[in-house]
Design a protein around this ligand. Structure first.
Ligand code: ZN
Ligand code: ZN
Length: 220
């Protein structure tokens, strides 16, 4: 059994948006992957989903025709099955790539199509909808990603190894949530190569702007 202490978690906003099904595909993927590794966030999610169910229950007391009642009931039914689907995705603590991610690379790490981006760093962009982008990053031990800012939110989840930046130390399962006002220089821990899942929510806003240092480097 794998023992780990996750120090850096999802925000309440992200958990609630995930629970409501409101997130772009790439953000949904990184949230699902963190949840699959993190008992604490999984428990929080389950409590939000219980609250969501209670809200639906109270809606039923509003007077409505039989047809609208049956449509509400069918909505509840759909929600229930979605919740079940998410729960089956939950605890997979084996291997570098948890289940939600494995689906995107057709199996394990050996199927990832890495592309070099310089200084030994490699990336593999995952196929998601355009609202946000997701990529796997491979950072050799001790290597730094150049200091960079973010046009939007950047979420980075460690899958293997660890990295450190101005905000703290991130090991497997930890997620860093960097907003646009964050400038940082993540450095992979010297002990082993680091593999991360990184999601940015504003890939389209990069277009037409003066490129920042990290953009040509990471190709986003
Ligand atoms: Zn967590
Ligand atoms: Zn960053």
């Amino acid at each position: 059994m794998e023992t780990m202490t996750i120090q850096h978690h999802l925000t309440e906003e992200l958990l609630m948006a995930y629970s409501a099904g409101d997130l772009p595909e790439a953000v949904n993927l990184i949230v699902a992957t963190h949840i699959s590794l993190c008992d604490e966030c999984r428990a929080a999610l389950e409590s939000y989903e219980a609250i969501g169910g209670a809200v639906l229950d109270s809606c039923e007391s509003v007077a409505m025709s039989e047809t609208s009642l049956s449509s509400v009931l069918s909505m509840i039914h759909v929600q229930d099955s979605e919740i079940l689907e998410r729960e089956t995705v939950a605890p997979t603590k084996h291997g570098v790539l948890p289940a939600p991610l494995a689906d995107y690379v057709a199996g394990g790490l050996e199927n990832v199509k890495w592309r070099p981006v310089g200084m030994g760093v490699k990336q593999a962009v995952l196929p998601t909808s355009d609202e946000a982008s997701a990529r796997l990053l491979y950072i050799p031990a001790g290597t730094a990603i150049p200091d960079h800012g973010h046009e939007g939110m950047e979420l980075t989840l460690v899958l293997k190894g660890a990295f450190q930046d101005e905000d703290g130390y991130y090991g497997r399962g930890d997620i860093e949530i960097a907003s646009e006002d964050v400038h940082h220089t993540p450095v992979a821990d010297i002990s082993e190569d680091c593999i991360c899942l990184a999601v940015t929510d504003a890939p389209l806003r990069f277009k037409g702007l003066v490129p920042r240092m990290a953009q040509p480097f990471l190709g986003i």
